[in-house]
Design a protein around this ligand. Structure first.
Ligand SMILES: NC(=O)c1ccc[n+]([C@@H]2O[C@H](COP(=O)([O-])OP(=O)(O)OC[C@H]3O[C@@H](n4cnc5c(N)ncnc54)[C@H](OP(=O)(O)O)[C@@H]3O)[C@@H](O)[C@H]2O)c1
Length: 349
């Protein structure tokens, strides 16, 4: 296959600027890297937040996009796997060389997973950041941007280790929430209680939630509902939304000695903070959490093939890369429910 020297990319020309589709060079893979023709790229809330507020990105013009799936078209030195022609998924970072909102990108070979035959490119693109955040939040050691320091369910010691222990996932239908539920199920947590809009009850049950609670109920009502489900202390809570109201409710439910994993900084009022409850603002991109991601990717193909990990439902955006800006606007307006928005960069006109 001929590799082009130029491609189409979705560029953010300046901080808080407007996205534009433009021509961009195709990079060559260096040692430990592969060049991938991206067939599907998924959108994340962080993409619209970078555009709206700045942050995360220091150099402009910038290219965003964290979630990519495609075909390897070239490999750098010292890469035993994947090989040219392999279908892979991987987590991108927001540098123009590595980001996903373009037609070709560079991936680090040791943090890629082969896409099994039962998963298409669109589904594969829904996996990386959502699953990675859930995995880091549950399994990274308990440092400031780490996790709850649990043993992963993909290790023999972690499978069924937490049987009969309750877990609550706030935002069960979000991408991160759906993957947190699935990892908790692999760990044997029971019950797995998810807050969700009632129209998503069946969706979260299909990925492993045993009980659902309407996410629009008040703090006291959600606390009572959890108590109706379990009389055990709730020692692990994953708040995949982490706005003030979900944090407040989660913290109230959290038992003494327990760990609350947030996806944004804590806003729990100082006068409510207790020394015996640990709160962690997890960070999927933090370099110290890399070992969790690398271990996850060693098992990911197998988990996707077996159905232990199911991808998110997909809503395909029209227009290739040009359709992404509208999709991000939709996310910003809170108009996404239980789905991941996906674009096909190769269909960019
Ligand atoms: N720290 C990190 O490293 C990291 C990494 C990735 C993502 N994040 C953050 O994690 C959050 C989730 O990301 P995502 O990609 O999973 O988002 P997403 O899938 O786009 O989130 C949409 C979902 O959020 C749910 N939701 C909204 N408000 C809720 C509430 N008050 N209670 C319960 N559910 C609520 C909605 O549920 P219903 O439709 O059922 O109402 C909807 O399904 C974002 O804020 C993102 O920025 C952080």
């Amino acid at each position: 296959m001929t590799i082009p020297t130029e491609q189409k990319a979705l560029i953010l020309p300046e901080k808080q600027g407007q996205f534009v589709v433009a021509t961009w060079p195709v990079d060559k893979p260096e040692t430990g890297e592969v060049l991938v023709r991206i067939e599907a790229t998924a959108l994340n809330p962080a993409d619209w937040k970078v555009q709206a507020y700045g942050g995360l990105v220091n150099e402009y013009p910038a290219i965003l996009g964290f979630d990519s799936a495609g075909v390897v078209v070239a490999v750098g030195e010292d890469v035993a796997s994947p090989l040219v022609g392999d279908k892979i998924l991987f987590q991108s970072t927001l540098t123009p060389r590595l980001a996903g909102f373009k037609q070709y990108t560079i991936a680090k070979a040791n943090a890629t997973a082969q896409i099994p035959d039962n998963i298409n490119f669109d589904q594969a693109a829904t996996v990386p950041i959502g699953l990675g955040t859930a995995a880091v939040g549950l399994y990274a050691r308990s440092w400031a941007r780490g996790g709850a320091d649990l043993i992963p369910g993909w290790e023999a010691a972690g499978r069924a280790k937490y049987t009969n222990q309750p877990i609550v996932v706030f935002g069960g239908s979000s991408s991160v929430g759906q993957y947190a539920i699935q990892l908790a199920r692999l760990n044997g947590f029971s019950p797995i209680i998810a807050t969700v809009s009632t129209h998503n009850n069946d969706l979260v049950r299909s990925v492993g939630a045993t009980h659902t609670i309407d996410r629009r109920l008040s703090t006291s009502a959600i606390v009572s509902k959890v108590k109706e489900v379990t009389s055990e202390p709730v020692e692990v809570i994953f708040d995949a939304i982490s706005i003030a109201s979900t944090q407040e409710t989660a913290y109230e439910i959290l038992a003494s000695g327990g760990k609350l994993v947030l996806v944004h900084p804590s806003s729990i009022p100082q006068d409510k903070v207790k020394a015996d409850k640990t709160v962690i603002n997890t960070g999927v991109l933090a370099p110290d959490n890399k070992p969790v991601i690398e271990n996850l990717y060693k098992r990911l193909t197998q988990h996707l093939a077996s159905g232990d990990i199911k991808p998110n439902a997909v809503e395909l955006l029209p227009g290739g890369l040009a359709g992404i800006a509208k999709g991000l606007e939709k996310m910003k307006n809170d108009a996404i429910s239980g789905k991941k928005l996906v674009a096909h960069p190769q269909q960019t006109v």
